[in-house]
Each structure stands twice: as C-alpha cells, then as structure tokens.
Design a protein around this ligand. Structure first.
Ligand code: ADP
Ligand code: MG
Ligand code: MG
Length: 885
C-alpha cells in the first residue's frame, strides 16, 4: 500500500481533491506543485497511517519506513546536492501536520529538522552565514524540545532572556553567531537536565520523533477540544508533511509572510497580509514582532511606519500578486497563503480557503457571482448559515456616548459587552454562571480556546489581525479587538491600565470588533441593516429553498423583527407568554383559583378582550401569512401565586377568603408539573379556557380580515396530544366556537385549521389515527426530545457535558436534533400522518427549527416548514436553501 505521496519540483502524486487522504495542507501543496508554482519539495504521509497508528497500539504499518526513506531520496534529488544528515551540505526539512479540516494552532510544526552539532557547521559553510546557521539550530532545539520532548518554550525563553541580559542587548537580531552557539550549548544542557537524555543528534531519530509527535498531537487535549467544538470526527486523522526547508531568516533579502486574497474581515477585494523581514515561520502569527503590511494602502490605513512589501521588495511583490490571482482563480475562492522569500526567491508553503467573518463570507460570495467566478447557487452554498448570527445582532449605537479607553485592530466584527476577566478558566467559570465576560489577554494561545469560547468577546494587547486570537475569534464568531498596544494588562493584580484609566477585573467594558474600539462600560446597541449583499444572497437562497421558514413569536415586536428577517408566517405563538404579563397574571390566577366554572368564566370574560387584541396585532403584522396559535400549554402550577402578597391580591379581586385560596393553591401543587396537568389536559378539564382562546382567535381573524380585505386563516394548535380522542374532543369544541362566532358576525363560515403538536412518543406512533382529526402537525421537538430521552431540558445541565465529553451523545440533543432517535419518531409520524391524510401540513417549531443540521434533516423528511426564533430566520432561510442544493 502507498502510505507516502510526493510533491514539488513542478508535479505531485496528489491533488486538491484528495484532502481526505492527504489532509488539507498536503492536498494543496500537491495542487500548487501541479500548477507549477514554486513549492519546496516534500512528501505527505497519509491520514490512513494515522488511523492505522491508533488502531494498532500506536505503531506504524510495515513498509512505511522504506517509503519515507524513498521520499527523502526524492526530495534530495529535487533540491540538488543537499543530503539529509550530511555534515557538508545538509538538507533540512519541516515536519508539518495537516488534517482534513484546518485546525489553526492545534497541531505543532517542527522547522529546521536535520540540524545537529555537525550539520550546523555544514549549514554555516554552505550558506556563508554562521549567524543564520546557529539561529536556525537554536530555533530547532526549542521547537523540537517543546513539541516532541515535552520541554516547554518557557525553558528556552528564560535562558534567552538571561543570555540577553548578560550580553546587554534587547533584540534577538543583535545576537551574533558565537553567542547563539553558546546559547545552543545551554539549550542542550537544559534538555539533558529535563529529560535525562541528550538532545537527539541522529537526524533519522529526529525525523521519526517529529512524525510520532504529529500523530500523537491528534489526541492532545487542545486538538480534542477543537474537534469537539467543530464536530470533527476523531476517525479522520491527520496527515504529516515532510518538506524541504526554505529560509526566511537568511538576512535582509529574505522574509516570511501570510496573505489573504481578499480582506478576511470585511471581504473587500484587495490583497491583504503581513510579512516580516529576516524571520522564520511562526514569527508572523505568534505576535512576537509586529509584522509589516504587504500593501502600501494597508500600511497607510494602519498608520504604519515600516515599509510595505510593495515598497521594499517590489518585484517579489509583483510575483506574489500573480500567484494570488492564479490561486484565487484556480480555487475560485478567497485564499489564505503562506509564503517565504529566501534570498530573493519566492516559495509557497501553503494555500487554503481563508477563514473569514460572516460579513466577509457574504460579500465575497456575492461579489464572486458578479465577477463571474461562481454561480448563484454556489454562492448560497459558500456561506455558513450559523455564522450569519454575527451579522444579525445589534451593533453599538453610534450616537450613544462612549468613552473609548483604547483602540486596537478590528480583528473580528460585532460588539460585545461584558465583565473583564484575565484568565481563560475564569471566563469559563463565569460564563457557566450566566455572566457575560470579555476575555482580556496580552496575547492568546491554544490553551485559551475554552475561555475564548465562553467569552462574549476577546481583547488582546498584542498581535496582528492574523494572530492566534484574531483567527480563532473569527472562526468562533466572537467579536475581537487585537493588538490594543496601549493596554497594560496585569492579570496577577487583576487589573489593566488604559492610559489614565484603571480597569479592574469584573468592570464592564464594551469592545467593537468592527472598529477596534475598547469602551468603558456597556454601550447601547442598534439593529443591523439587512440590505445590499446580504439581501442579494437571501434572494438567491429563497430561489433554491423548498422549506418555508416561519417564526416563533408572540409579541408584536418579535413578529415585526421576524418579518423584517423574512419570516413567512408564525409557526408557534405561545399564548401563555401573553398570560404572564403583569396586568393579566392576577386575572389568570383568579381564573385558576376559582372554585367553579362560573368563577372561571367570570375571569375569562375579562381576559378575552386582551387576548383578542394580542391576536389582532399579530394577524395585522403577518398580513395574511399563516399564523399558528397554540392554546394554553404550561402546567397550571406555573401560574400559582408565589407569595402571600400574590394571594392577598387575588383574594381582594375575587372576594374569596385567603385561607380558602391557599388551600386551593396547595391542592393544585404537582410533583412533576411537566408531565402533569398541562397541554390538552387543561382543555379537557377546563374547556372554557380553550373556548375563550378560540373565540379570541376567531374574532381577531374576522376583524383583521375585514381590515385587510382578505381572509385570515388561523391555525389552532392543540398541545400535548397523546391520543386521538383528546384531539377529537377539543377539535369539536373549537368548531362549535367557530360556528357561534360566525353566526354572531353574520358570516357564513370562518376558515381555519385545527391541528396538534407532536411532542409525545405515543402521538408520533399513533400519528396515523391522530391525523384523522388533524389538519396539520407541528413537531414540538423540545418536548419530544425531553419525552423521548426522558431528560428534562432544564435539569440536563448537570450531566449533559459529561455525556458529550464522554462520547455518549455526539451533541446536545436540545440544540441539534437527535436524528437517530427523536428523528425516527418524526419520520414515523410524518409518514403515518400523511398516509392517512396526504395534504397534512407538517412543520417543526422547537429550537431545532433554527439549527442548520436539524433543518437539513427536516428537508430530508419532507416537512413543509421550519419555525424558529426571529433572529434565526435568515439562518434558517440559508440553511434550508443549502439543504435543497
Ligand atoms: P500551521 O498549520 O500551524 O499553519 P504550518 O505547517 O503551516 O503550521 O507551519 C507554520 C509555518 O512554518 C508556516 O507558515 C511556514 O512559515 C513555516 N514553514 C513550514 N514548513 C516550512 C518549510 N519547509 N520551509 C520554511 N518554512 C516553513
Ligand atoms: Mg502552528
Ligand atoms: Mg500554516
């Protein structure tokens, strides 16, 4: 079997579409080689080796060693004279991980491998630059020790600091060859102390050590967390790329950089990137030295004073621009490119589809359609629906007063306010308690991922827009301001200094990742404008999608927001929310606590006009679009008076005795209210409640119908039905009310639908007969998930995390529909329901209605619509379109 594929020197054995086998990095290195671009030669050890490695007790398949040796010989042949391990002219390689999906910062790369006490001399001679050779060696020892031997960076940084103090220099670039050499000895001694063994001198041991470390890192905590957050299965494995080194640290005609073919933050079509002269590899992204801009325009914007590459290396810049055009045209997507210039020669080290903010994703997709690069449907497929969330949320009100205490780089857009915390662990702990926090760090590292995820926003004092914090924040959709250089963060003291202002831990700040501003206190926000490119994309999405998108809304404000976002009706109007309003709750209590039907009816008569008015408003806003109203659902329990004062006010209103009321309230107490006296069971025992609600709905429909000059056809939904008789009985009551209201209004008939929620497993299974009494089903997948799993959503917090971390459940079933179990019930109910009644309308109205993966499932099952919260409507429109593609 072929475990190793070669690339470089104008051709490759792999291709871009082999990313499953070669990982993203390997596949694209192969593709760039095939395009004839200058790629240092190398080979990729396939992801199958990783899988094999973990299936076979962390050992390698037979034949791998020979193939790796062969790969090394291929590299040697392509580079010319250098040989791996040669003391005269050594070939150095990098060992780079590369999974199918890019995992920034997760897996570690080792550069300059092949250096030892002998080969360093050869490198010095061959390059004619002793300083460079020893600088490379010390970098290699540090990187290799950190990644492979487990001797952390801090050891070497400490030794370097002491060394600089001894030499009385501040910059690395001031250190000469002989001084690096002394430091190398100290580095090696430290490795010996820490590991009990000398730093490996055999270059083949070095190579296999690094390969093992890459495979090993697939299972490290950071990688596992990242995979978990991004739903990447562990079976995918990582590939390993071994590639001839090129050197950006060979003096002033050398550099290393990263570039995007469009601005990853705004999406604007302009080359965008950063580079560092006389530097290697990670120097640019690590945020240690502040990099310089690629283009003059960007330099001006950033008010930089160091020359842009366009100025300092105009010919190479022009060559690079040709490569950008070539790669973007070839991949037909925005590329994120890593390059190095070695003594005036350009080399490409990586290309991939660039990570981008949601705003940039939309802009790039739409502009690429206008440029003729991609089609409309392809554009629809390009934007991650979940990421749209970033665009749909409020921004800081430009008119609100704000006290800007620092300005950094606009690294990931959107505004976020929260309490200042300085440690990732604390961010996580506070978020779990429901606090909004902003994680403030000097710079972030992969160890901070969990804290970044928990925070509402991220603020760093150091690092560019390609720094770790910026890249990860954009990927997570968290607003981020990076490189706010004027901040003095002192996490030990629990405070940060912004000029004259002292910000203490837990003080409230607002960051604006679109402008880079850091503002003291919480700034009011305004709604986003959903026009321009966003609107274009939505139009294209709407052309493709089959599923309708409705909203869950009961207030006029929510209904209006949803309409603005393109909702095509209301899929769930929860009437109980209307009952909880301050001026009504007393009447509701009065009704519940009434000793008899007459008492209840008296209270209901007072509620009726209010409820009717609610529906009038909703029907008006929805202007003829379908509106599904769910009759009262929650346990009566939830409305009971909680305090003596509550009781007293009910007593006053009803003239009932307080003690009698207390007795009655106690008798309504339930042990398991969610499985108790709720849903249609209320309708069965207190039919007058549902009758009042039905009347309110029909009267409102008639009134608004007259206003609009068209018939409003409300959809009346009976909750928590488990048996056909429940639905039949209540449906008859609704019909009777409809007939009465029609007569009272001199109308021939009122048009409406009656249906039910499917939220109990029994209802799903008996859907065939229940459909005989139903015009529609709406899957209430929140309750259906609770009742199928027997897990209470409100109490799942204490164990859900352990379940997901332990791999017992792949994701939280209350967020993403459990397609295997709950989903099967949905399928069964749809199928049996439609067999009885082919025109049965089917929809979903749980939280899942706004979750892209769940929406894809709804498309597959053939539901008619999804219904979700107002802010998720555009997400659902796009997800529904993608599901239909
Ligand atoms: P990551 O996946 O974290 O981006 P990479 O494998 O791309 O890691 O390596 C990080 C950096 O190391 C690259 O951006 C590049 O600058 C440098 N690098 C990797 N391989 C080589 C090489 N063969 N020659 C020179 N620099 C290299
Ligand atoms: Mg890295
Ligand atoms: Mg890289």
């Amino acid at each position: 079997q072929k475990w190793v594929l070669n690339f470089g020197g104008g051709s490759a054995e792999g291709r871009a579409d082999m990313r499953n086998l070669l990982g993203g990095k390997g596949a694209n290195l192969a593709e760039m080689s095939n395009l004839g671009l200058p790629v240092p030669p190398g080979f990729t050890i396939t992801t199958e080796v990783c899988t094999w490695y973990y299936d076979h007790g962390e050992t390698y398949p037979d034949g791998l060693k020979a193939q790796v040796d062969e790969g090394l010989r291929e590299i040697e042949a392509k580079v010319g004279e250098a040989r791996f391990g040669s003391p005269e002219l050594p070939l150095l390689v990098s060992v780079r991980s590369g999974a199918r999906a890019s995992m920034p910062g997760m897996m570690d790369t080792v550069l300059n491998l092949g250096l030892n006490d002998e080969t360093v001399q050869g490198l010095a001679k061959a390059s004619g630059d002793e300083r460079f050779a020893w600088d490379s060696y010390r970098r290699f020892i540090q990187m290799y020790s950190d990644v492979v031997l487990g001797v952390g960076h801090e050891h070497f940084e400490e030794l370097l600091e002491v060394h600089k103090e001894d030499l009385d220099v501040t910059l690395d670039t001031e250190i000469e060859a002989d001084q690096w050499q002394i430091l190398v000895e100290r580095y090696k001694a430290r490795v010996q102390e820490e590991t009990g063994a000398p730093f490996p001198q055999d270059v083949h041991d070095q190579l296999w050590g690094a390969i093992g470390a890459v495979f090993g890192s697939w299972m490290n905590q950071r990688a596992v967390t990242y995979r978990h957050l991004h739903n990447i299965p562990r079976e995918w494995g990582t590939a390993v790329n071994v590639q001839a080194m090129v050197f950006g640290n060979m003096g002033e005609t050398s550099c290393t950089g990263v570039a995007f073919t469009r601005d990853p933050s705004s999406g604007e079509k302009q080359w965008y990137g950063e580079y560092l002269i006389n530097a290697q590899g990670e120097d640019v992204v690590a945020g240690i030295r502040t990099p310089q801009q690629l283009t003059i325009a960007a330099k001006k914007l950033a008010r930089g004073n160091k020359p842009a590459m366009e100025e300092s290396m105009p010919e190479l810049y022009a060559e690079l621009v040709k490569v950008f055009e070539r790669l973007e045209g070839h991949y037909r997507d925005m590329q994120d490119i890593e390059f190095t210039v070695q003594r005036g020669k350009l080399w490409l080290l990586q290309t991939r589809s660039g990570k981008r903010t949601a705003a940039a994703a939309v802009r790039i997709a739409v502009e690429m359609v206008h440029e003729g690069l991609i089609g409309e449907e392809e554009a629809v497929g390009r934007v991650d629906p979940a990421a749209l969330d970033q665009l749909l949320h409020p921004m800081p009100d430009p008119k609100a007063p704000r006290k800007v205490i620092a300005t950094g780089l606009a690294a990931s857009p959107g505004a976020a306010a929260g309490k200042v915390v300085f440690e990732a662990d604390e961010a996580e702990a506070m978020a779990q308690k429901g606090e909004k926090v902003i994680l403030c760090r000097i710079e972030t590292s992969p160890e901070d991922i969990h804290g970044m995820h928990a925070a509402k926003g991220i603020l760093t004092a150091r690092g560019g827009t390609t720094s770790h914090a910026a890249v990860v924040a954009r990927g997570m959709g968290r607003p981020c301001v990076s490189g706010a250089g004027s901040l003095r963060i002192d996490s030990k003291k629990g405070q940060m200094l912004a000029g004259q202002t002292v910000v203490q831990k837990y003080d409230m700040i607002t960051i604006d990742g679109s402008t880079g501003e850091v503002i003291l206190g919480e700034v009011p926000t305004i709604e986003p404008e959903l026009t321009g490119q966003f609107a274009d994309l939505m139009v294209w999405a709407d052309k493709v999608r089959r599923l309708k998108v409705r909203t869950n809304a009961e207030t006029p404000a929510d209904a209006e927001t949803a309409r603005k976002f393109g909702a095509e009706g209301i899929g769930l109007c929860r009437t109980e929310h209307m009952f909880f309003e301050a001026d009504r709750i007393a009447l509701v209590r009065q009704m519940i606590l009434a000793g008899d039907k007459a008492g209840r009816e008296k209270a209901l008569a007072k509620i009726l006009p209010m409820q009717r008015d609610d529906f009038v408003q909703l029907f008006r806003i929805m202007a003829g679009l379908p509106v599904t109203v769910r009759l009262l659902d929650p346990p009566l329990h939830e409305f009971l008076p909680k305090t003596d004062q509550d009781l007293a006010s009910v007593a006053y209103a009803t003239g009932m005795d307080v003690d009698e009321l207390r007795q009655r309230a106690m008798s309504l107490h339930e042990f398991n209210p969610m499985l108790g006296h709720r849903g249609c069971r209320l309708g069965i025992t207190f039919p007058e409640i549902y009758e009042m609600q039905a009347r309110a709905i029909f009267e409102a429909a008639i009134a608004v119908g007259k206003e609009l000059g068209e018939t409003v056809v409300p959809e009346v939904m009976i909750p928590l039905v488990g048996t056909k008789p429940e639905l039949e009985i209540l449906k008859r009551k609704v019909e009777a009310v409809a007939a009465t209201v029609a007569k009272e209004n001199g109308a021939d008939e009122i048009r409406y639908l009656v249906g039910t929620m499917i939220e109990l497993p029994r209802a799903a299974l008996r859907a065939g007969e229940i459909a005989e009494a139903a015009d529609f089903f709406s899957f209430g997948t929140n309750d259906l998930t609770q009742t199928t799993f027997g897990i209470s959503r409100d109490d799942a917090g204490s164990f859900m995390d352990a379940y997901i971390r332990g791999g017992i459940l792949p994701t939280d079933p209350f967020v993403t529909l459990d397609q295997d179990g709950v989903g099967e019930l949905v399928e069964i109910a749809s199928e049996r329901g439609r067999r009885t009644r082919p025109d049965l309308k089917l929809g979903i109205c749980g939280e899942h209605g706004g979750d892209p993966a769940s929406i894809a499932f709804c498309e597959k099952v053939g539901l008619d619509y999804v219904s979700c919260s107002p802010y998720r409507v555009p997400i659902a429109r796009l997800a529904a379109a993608q599901a239909a593609l």
